[in-house]
Design a protein around this ligand. Structure first.
Ligand code: PGA
Length: 245
């Protein structure tokens, strides 16, 4: 199955930097074929700027979040249908920063993922334990709860992606060991109830960078990466893409 490398820009960038980063990446994919599917997830106002630079080609576009409802009085929110309308094919849901900053529960994440599926977007559904949960030996329990609660019944390997992001590894420079990553990815694949679980793309996220990408991407059960900080650096992001087997 083809690897997927998604760049989550979070709340970073300007119109100018987005244009430069997206056009730089489009140029690189034009010169040497990428081994992976690539998706850029910039802040919502930058989506049209990135869309204009990447064209219809090899790089996909994704939102960082969507609302569970189709439309209405939800100031500041973005619907899955609008993301689709402006050219997105993916949307991240349930990122730990959304869960922590906005109190998003598994039920909310599931409703958002369902809205994404209904709109024809591929949700990238994020799960992951905190440091305290890992230290207390609760990783497997937390992952099981999040998968059971956040993944819609109609999700399949063909229409959804799961990202395992240990919260303590995000933006900290710490990464899980490849043994731990393999164990959790195996657990997620076992727990996934949708059709085609053998082909489900499970991404790892948390301080992935050029220097550690090869080892992480070669780990059993890893089918790509969700990259935060390093996706803002064209050369480092390209190193990650190039590390896909
Ligand atoms: P990071 O973020 O690569 O900066 O650790 C990953 C993420 O939160 O998706």
């Amino acid at each position: 199955m083809k690897y997927l490398i998604a760049g989550n820009w979070k709340m970073n960038g300007t119109a100018a930097s987005a244009k430069a980063l997206a056009s730089g990446l489009a140029h690189k994919t034009g010169v040497s074929a990428a081994h992976a599917d690539i998706v850029l997830c910039p802040p919502a106002p930058l989506l049209p700027i990135v869309a204009a630079e990447i064209g219809q080609g090899l790089i996909g576009l994704g939102g960082q979040d969507c609302h569970a409802n189709e439309k209405g009085a939800h100031t500041g929110d973005v619907s899955a249908g609008l993301l689709k309308d402006i050219g997105c094919s993916f949307v991240i849901v349930g990122h730990s920063e959304r869960r922590a900053d906005h109190g998003e529960t598994d039920a909310i994440v599931k409703a958002k993922a369902a809205a994404a599926l209904k709109a024809g977007l591929t949700p990238i559904i994020c799960v992951g334990e905190t440091e305290a949960e890992r230290e207390a030996g609760k990783t497997a329990t937390i992952i099981a709860r999040q998968i059971a609660g956040s993944v819609p019944e109609n999700a399949t390997a063909a229409n959804a992606v799961i990202a395992y992001e240990p919260v303590w590894a995000i933006g900290t420079g710490k990464t899980a060991t490849t043994d731990d990553i393999a164990a959790v990815h195996g657990q997620i694949r076992n727990l996934f109830n949708g059709e085609g679980k053998a082909n489900l793309r499970i991404l790892y996220g948390g301080s992935v960078k050029g220097s550690n990408a090869q080892a992480i991407l070669a780990t059993a059960g890893v089918n790509g990466a969700l990259v935060g900080g390093a996706s803002l650096d064209l050369e480092d992001f390209w190193r990650i893409i190039s590390a896909c087997p």
